[in-house]
Ligand binder design. Structure first.
Ligand code: CA
Length: 220
Protein backbone atom coordinates (compact mmCIF):
# COMPACT_ATOMS: atom_id res chain seq x y z
CA UNK A 1 0.00 0.00 0.00
CA UNK A 2 1.27 3.42 -0.89
CA UNK A 3 0.41 6.27 1.46
CA UNK A 4 0.75 9.98 0.79
CA UNK A 5 1.80 11.91 3.89
CA UNK A 6 1.08 15.64 3.78
CA UNK A 7 2.84 17.19 6.77
CA UNK A 8 5.06 20.24 7.07
CA UNK A 9 6.90 19.06 10.17
CA UNK A 10 9.78 16.95 8.85
CA UNK A 11 10.31 15.18 12.17
CA UNK A 12 6.67 14.14 12.45
CA UNK A 13 6.63 13.06 8.80
CA UNK A 14 9.76 10.92 9.11
CA UNK A 15 8.37 9.30 12.28
CA UNK A 16 5.17 8.39 10.48
CA UNK A 17 7.08 7.10 7.46
CA UNK A 18 9.30 4.89 9.59
CA UNK A 19 6.27 3.52 11.45
CA UNK A 20 4.39 2.80 8.24
CA UNK A 21 7.40 1.10 6.71
CA UNK A 22 7.49 -1.35 9.60
CA UNK A 23 3.97 -2.38 8.61
CA UNK A 24 4.88 -2.89 4.96
CA UNK A 25 3.50 0.42 3.71
CA UNK A 26 5.36 2.58 1.22
CA UNK A 27 4.99 6.33 1.57
CA UNK A 28 5.74 9.61 -0.14
CA UNK A 29 6.07 12.84 1.75
CA UNK A 30 4.66 16.21 0.72
CA UNK A 31 5.58 19.19 2.91
CA UNK A 32 2.74 21.39 1.67
CA UNK A 33 -0.32 21.82 -0.52
CA UNK A 34 1.53 22.34 -3.81
CA UNK A 35 3.73 19.29 -3.35
CA UNK A 36 0.72 17.19 -2.34
CA UNK A 37 -1.06 18.21 -5.54
CA UNK A 38 2.02 17.38 -7.61
CA UNK A 39 2.45 13.95 -5.98
CA UNK A 40 -1.21 13.09 -6.44
CA UNK A 41 -1.12 14.17 -10.08
CA UNK A 42 1.94 12.00 -10.68
CA UNK A 43 0.76 8.70 -9.23
CA UNK A 44 -2.01 6.83 -7.46
CA UNK A 45 -2.12 6.36 -3.68
CA UNK A 46 -4.11 4.01 -1.48
CA UNK A 47 -4.64 6.56 1.29
CA UNK A 48 -3.49 9.96 2.54
CA UNK A 49 -2.53 11.25 5.99
CA UNK A 50 -3.33 14.95 5.85
CA UNK A 51 -2.15 17.69 8.19
CA UNK A 52 -4.29 20.85 8.20
CA UNK A 53 -1.91 23.70 9.07
CA UNK A 54 0.39 23.79 6.04
CA UNK A 55 2.80 26.57 5.04
CA UNK A 56 1.25 27.21 1.62
CA UNK A 57 -2.41 26.63 2.39
CA UNK A 58 -4.99 24.82 4.44
CA UNK A 59 -5.34 21.04 4.38
CA UNK A 60 -9.09 21.24 4.82
CA UNK A 61 -9.45 23.48 1.74
CA UNK A 62 -7.22 21.11 -0.22
CA UNK A 63 -9.41 18.18 0.80
CA UNK A 64 -12.57 20.04 -0.28
CA UNK A 65 -10.99 20.71 -3.67
CA UNK A 66 -10.09 17.03 -4.05
CA UNK A 67 -13.61 15.92 -3.22
CA UNK A 68 -15.17 18.55 -5.52
CA UNK A 69 -12.99 17.17 -8.31
CA UNK A 70 -14.21 13.62 -7.58
CA UNK A 71 -10.95 12.49 -5.93
CA UNK A 72 -11.96 9.44 -3.85
CA UNK A 73 -8.60 8.85 -2.12
CA UNK A 74 -9.24 7.74 1.48
CA UNK A 75 -8.03 10.55 3.76
CA UNK A 76 -7.16 10.57 7.44
CA UNK A 77 -6.77 14.06 8.88
CA UNK A 78 -3.97 14.24 11.46
CA UNK A 79 -4.11 17.62 13.13
CA UNK A 80 -3.37 19.63 16.24
CA UNK A 81 -6.81 21.21 15.82
CA UNK A 82 -8.72 19.14 18.29
CA UNK A 83 -12.07 20.75 19.04
CA UNK A 84 -15.28 18.91 18.28
CA UNK A 85 -16.05 21.54 15.68
CA UNK A 86 -12.73 20.89 13.90
CA UNK A 87 -13.38 17.17 13.78
CA UNK A 88 -16.94 17.59 12.51
CA UNK A 89 -15.77 20.05 9.87
CA UNK A 90 -13.00 17.68 8.80
CA UNK A 91 -15.37 14.76 8.38
CA UNK A 92 -17.90 16.94 6.58
CA UNK A 93 -15.18 18.17 4.24
CA UNK A 94 -14.69 14.61 3.07
CA UNK A 95 -12.10 13.05 5.37
CA UNK A 96 -12.68 9.41 6.26
CA UNK A 97 -11.15 9.68 9.70
CA UNK A 98 -9.71 12.30 12.05
CA UNK A 99 -6.91 11.77 14.52
CA UNK A 100 -5.77 14.50 16.91
CA UNK A 101 -2.12 15.36 17.59
CA UNK A 102 -0.31 14.36 19.70
CA UNK A 103 -0.98 10.84 18.49
CA UNK A 104 0.35 7.34 19.02
CA UNK A 105 1.78 5.59 15.99
CA UNK A 106 0.01 2.25 16.64
CA UNK A 107 -3.33 4.08 16.61
CA UNK A 108 -2.51 5.86 13.36
CA UNK A 109 -1.50 2.56 11.73
CA UNK A 110 -4.63 0.79 13.02
CA UNK A 111 -6.87 3.58 11.73
CA UNK A 112 -5.16 3.52 8.34
CA UNK A 113 -5.60 -0.23 8.17
CA UNK A 114 -9.31 0.14 9.01
CA UNK A 115 -9.63 2.79 6.32
CA UNK A 116 -7.94 0.58 3.74
CA UNK A 117 -10.09 -2.36 4.80
CA UNK A 118 -13.24 -0.34 4.09
CA UNK A 119 -11.83 1.00 0.82
CA UNK A 120 -10.99 -2.56 -0.20
CA UNK A 121 -14.52 -3.74 0.63
CA UNK A 122 -13.38 -6.25 3.26
CA UNK A 123 -15.39 -7.04 6.38
CA UNK A 124 -12.41 -8.56 8.14
CA UNK A 125 -8.62 -8.46 8.03
CA UNK A 126 -8.41 -12.23 7.59
CA UNK A 127 -9.00 -13.32 4.04
CA UNK A 128 -8.68 -16.61 2.21
CA UNK A 129 -7.03 -16.83 -1.19
CA UNK A 130 -7.29 -20.38 -2.47
CA UNK A 131 -4.80 -22.43 -0.44
CA UNK A 132 -3.57 -19.37 1.38
CA UNK A 133 -4.81 -17.25 4.22
CA UNK A 134 -3.73 -13.67 4.74
CA UNK A 135 -4.00 -11.33 7.70
CA UNK A 136 -4.01 -7.86 6.18
CA UNK A 137 -3.39 -6.15 9.53
CA UNK A 138 -0.49 -8.21 10.81
CA UNK A 139 0.97 -9.13 7.43
CA UNK A 140 1.01 -12.83 8.32
CA UNK A 141 0.47 -15.31 5.51
CA UNK A 142 -0.22 -19.03 5.64
CA UNK A 143 -0.24 -21.53 2.80
CA UNK A 144 -1.82 -24.96 3.40
CA UNK A 145 -1.85 -24.02 7.08
CA UNK A 146 1.88 -23.33 7.25
CA UNK A 147 3.26 -19.88 7.97
CA UNK A 148 5.08 -18.33 5.00
CA UNK A 149 7.54 -15.48 5.44
CA UNK A 150 7.28 -12.77 2.81
CA UNK A 151 9.86 -10.09 2.14
CA UNK A 152 8.58 -6.53 2.57
CA UNK A 153 8.16 -5.86 -1.17
CA UNK A 154 6.48 -9.21 -1.70
CA UNK A 155 3.99 -8.34 1.01
CA UNK A 156 3.48 -4.89 -0.51
CA UNK A 157 2.75 -6.42 -3.88
CA UNK A 158 0.31 -8.94 -2.44
CA UNK A 159 -1.45 -6.16 -0.49
CA UNK A 160 -1.85 -4.10 -3.66
CA UNK A 161 -3.32 -7.01 -5.62
CA UNK A 162 -5.74 -7.84 -2.80
CA UNK A 163 -6.77 -4.19 -2.50
CA UNK A 164 -7.45 -4.10 -6.26
CA UNK A 165 -10.07 -6.84 -5.81
CA UNK A 166 -9.41 -8.70 -9.04
CA UNK A 167 -8.74 -5.62 -11.15
CA UNK A 168 -5.66 -5.80 -13.34
CA UNK A 169 -2.77 -3.66 -12.12
CA UNK A 170 -0.10 -2.69 -14.60
CA UNK A 171 3.57 -3.21 -13.81
CA UNK A 172 3.88 0.58 -13.51
CA UNK A 173 1.02 0.74 -10.97
CA UNK A 174 2.53 -2.08 -8.92
CA UNK A 175 5.89 -0.40 -9.12
CA UNK A 176 4.26 2.77 -7.72
CA UNK A 177 2.79 0.74 -4.86
CA UNK A 178 6.20 -0.59 -3.88
CA UNK A 179 8.55 2.31 -4.29
CA UNK A 180 8.51 5.95 -3.28
CA UNK A 181 9.74 8.82 -5.41
CA UNK A 182 13.19 8.72 -3.87
CA UNK A 183 13.93 5.20 -4.95
CA UNK A 184 15.33 4.62 -8.38
CA UNK A 185 14.89 0.94 -9.09
CA UNK A 186 15.27 -1.46 -11.96
CA UNK A 187 12.09 -1.69 -13.99
CA UNK A 188 11.88 -5.48 -13.84
CA UNK A 189 11.74 -5.69 -10.04
CA UNK A 190 7.96 -6.16 -10.03
CA UNK A 191 8.36 -9.26 -12.18
CA UNK A 192 10.98 -10.58 -9.80
CA UNK A 193 8.66 -10.10 -6.78
CA UNK A 194 5.78 -11.76 -8.65
CA UNK A 195 8.06 -14.70 -9.40
CA UNK A 196 8.99 -15.04 -5.71
CA UNK A 197 5.38 -14.78 -4.57
CA UNK A 198 4.30 -17.51 -6.98
CA UNK A 199 7.10 -19.74 -5.71
CA UNK A 200 6.08 -19.20 -2.10
CA UNK A 201 2.28 -19.19 -2.42
CA UNK A 202 1.52 -21.20 -5.54
CA UNK A 203 1.57 -20.39 -9.24
CA UNK A 204 -2.20 -19.79 -9.38
CA UNK A 205 -2.19 -16.94 -6.90
CA UNK A 206 -1.21 -14.25 -9.39
CA UNK A 207 -2.41 -14.24 -12.95
CA UNK A 208 -0.53 -12.54 -15.78
CA UNK A 209 -2.81 -10.63 -18.12
CA UNK A 210 -0.83 -10.37 -21.30
CA UNK A 211 0.01 -6.84 -22.30
CA UNK A 212 -1.80 -5.41 -19.27
CA UNK A 213 -0.30 -6.56 -16.01
CA UNK A 214 -1.26 -8.76 -13.08
CA UNK A 215 -4.27 -9.58 -10.97
CA UNK A 216 -5.21 -12.05 -8.27
CA UNK A 217 -5.65 -15.43 -9.96
CA UNK A 218 -9.03 -17.08 -10.39
CA UNK A 219 -7.79 -19.87 -8.13
CA UNK A 220 -6.98 -17.40 -5.37
CA1 CA B 1 1.32 21.57 10.31
Amino acid sequence: MHILIVEDNALVASGIRAGLQLHGFTSDWAAGVAQAQAHLAARGYDACVLDLGLPDGDGMALLRRWRAAGQMLPVLILSARTTLQDKVEGLQSGSDDYLAKPFDLPELVARLQALLRRAGGRASDRIRLGRCEVDMASGEVWCDGLRVELARREWGLLQALIQARGRVLSTAQLHDCLYGFEQDVESNTVNVHVHHLRKKLGAGLIETVRGQGFRLGAGA
